[in-house]
Design a protein around this ligand. Structure first.
Ligand code: HEC
Length: 125
């Protein structure tokens, strides 16, 4: 067997073994605990996200927001297109991570991703 074929075999073997474990692990660990409305109240309603965008959130608050946006992106779209929901919530989560790390440009990225109207129009019933 060539080295390349060997590598592919190993990779396939690993993913076949790892997949069911990976999925059930993800379910255990990442099953959303909060509804979208809960997450909205905890991240958006009082402008909590804005503190993060402006670099005013404490590290604990920043971590909490990132975690809640992670949960948000694991929830199913309450309304509208699943792909669009996935893109919007993934960007929100990634922008929050970037802001928590203080990356340049993260504030603008988060402000764009947290556009209430843009997302509510597409996904709020
Ligand atoms: C990535 C998408 C997304 C973004 C961005 C977003 N929301 Fe939401 N929001 C939703 C969805 C979806 C619902 C409806 C959830 C449901 O009814 O199950 C919702 C519901 C809410 C609710 C619950 C109460 C109600 O009005 O029905 C509040 C409050 C809220 N959003 C505030 C905000 C604010 C403020 C912003 C902007 C700073 C914002 N949201 C940005 C997706 C988003």
């Amino acid at each position: 067997m060539s080295f390349k074929a060997w590598k592919i075999t190993v990779l396939l073997g690993v993913s076949v073994v790892a997949l069911p474990w990976g999925l059930s692990h993800a379910d255990d660990q990442k099953d959303p605990q909060h509804s979208v409305v809960d997450i909205m109240n905890a991240t958006m309603k009082k402008g909590q996200w804005k503190k993060l965008a402006n670099g005013e959130a404490s590290p604990a608050d920043a971590e909490k927001l990132v975690k809640l946006f992670d949960e948000l992106h694991l929830t199913k779209a309450p309304h509208g297109d699943a792909k669009s929901w996935n893109e919007k919530t993934t960007e929100l989560w990634e922008a929050a991570q970037a802001a928590a790390k203080g990356e340049p440009g993260a504030a603008d990225r988060l402000k764009t991703a947290a556009n209430c109207r843009m997302c509510h129009q597409a996904h709020k019933g």
